[in-house]
Design a binder for this molecule. Structure first.
Ligand SMILES: NC(=O)c1ccc[n+]([C@@H]2O[C@H](COP(=O)([O-])OP(=O)(O)OC[C@H]3O[C@@H](n4cnc5c(N)ncnc54)[C@H](OP(=O)(O)O)[C@@H]3O)[C@@H](O)[C@H]2O)c1
Length: 297
């Protein structure tokens, strides 16, 4: 139970606003109303609330998920809101081919991408280890590897973005990556798989922030809130402790903050991630694994 408690955690409220790039190349700040944004996993839960908020600020929001019916419902709702606009794209992140196709479709359809929120995720609390369509441990594939591939595939579009920013929705949950067994073939548990995938996002954020600093692209990660009232929490048999709105406040803060690129937030406060995040050799190893599994960059 204690481990599970660490899986998900807290937040308060803060205003949204235009992002301030902290990279070397200063770029003009763009009002949220003119932004083109992609929120992965925005057919439900936290991602849907963030998508609604960005659209309410006037942004064009690319809605993503597997469930076309829920995707259409979010697009329709945003359309009726009369501020921003939205369009749904379907892709199952349990397949790297589908991630590549999604990136190709977005690259075909949009001139630039101002904000990418890597939010789609699963927490498979019970049951046997599962694998993705590529044969990778499923939680690692959906929560981390798909976001890694999507980010690099969309990078040319993000480079054309205005005040471009990437926000990785991670968690307080963290299980150190065992580089001898990244696919967790030994001692599998749903908590370990979730914690490994979420810590991988934090290592990736730090690494990517350094890489993209000369391009003026900001990369942040965060733990949104603990046990939000979402499908993930309810279907995992956990009792919600915080609202989706609290988590969305934290994501909007990570979108707007002028904290240095590569910062990890817990809610809206700067947090200290698991010690492995500070290990440059671990980050190098994760990059090597990710490159090998996805073929990028
Ligand atoms: N809930 C919490 O308390 C909590 C705490 C810390 C961190 N987080 C993180 O916050 C993020 C959102 O979680 P949530 O609680 O909002 O979860 P949720 O309500 O279950 O929503 C998950 C979203 O991800 C999409 N998704 C799931 N599997 C997918 C797949 N294989 N391919 C493509 N899309 C997929 C779902 O869309 P479809 O069903 O349409 O595919 C849905 O839109 C996750 O990254 C989670 O790890 C949550």
């Amino acid at each position: 139970m204690l481990t599970t408690l660490l899986v998900l955690a807290l937040a308060v409220a803060a205003p949204a606003g235009a992002p301030q790039p902290s990279g070397a190349a200063a770029r003009p700040v763009v009002p949220t109303s003119q932004r083109i944004v992609l929120v992965t996993g925005s057919t439900d839960g936290l991602g849907r609330d963030v998508a609604r908020r960005l659209a309410a600020d006037g942004a064009h929001v690319i809605i993503h998920g597997r469930n076309a019916e829920r995707g259409k419902a979010v697009v329709d709702e945003i359309g009726k809101g009369g501020k921003g606009s939205a369009r749904f794209y379907q892709a199952d992140f349990a397949s790297l081919a589908e991630v590549r196709r999604l990136a190709d479709e977005i690259t075909r359809d949009y001139p630039r991408l101002d904000l990418l929120v890597n939010n789609a995720g699963v927490f498979i609390r019970e049951g046997e280890r599962q694998v993705s369509k590529d044969g990778h441990e499923l939680t690692f594939a959906v929560n981390y590897l798909s976001g890694y591939l999507l980010t690099y595939k969309l990078l040319p579009l993000i480079e054309k973005g205005r005040s471009p920013r990437i926000v990785n929705v991670s968690s307080l949950s963290a299980a150190p990556i065992d580089f001898a067994d990244v696919m967790i073939e030994r001692n599998y548990s749903g908590n370990r798989a979730y914690g490994q995938s979420k810590l991988s996002q934090v290592l990736f954020t730090i690494d990517l922030a350094a890489e993209l600093k000369p391009k003026g692209i900001v990369v942040q990660s965060l733990h949104p809130a603990t046990y939000m009232d979402t499908t993930m929490v309810r279907s995992g048999g956990m009792t919600p402790r915080s609202t989706v709105a609290e988590g969305a406040d934290a994501v909007m803060n990570a979108i707007a903050t002028d904290a240095p690129s590569g910062t990890y937030f817990v809610g809206q406060k700067i947090g200290t991630p698991h010690a492995q995040a500070a290990d440059a050799d671990a980050r190098r190893q994760l990059r090597e694994v990710s490159k090998k599994l996805t073929g990028v960059p």
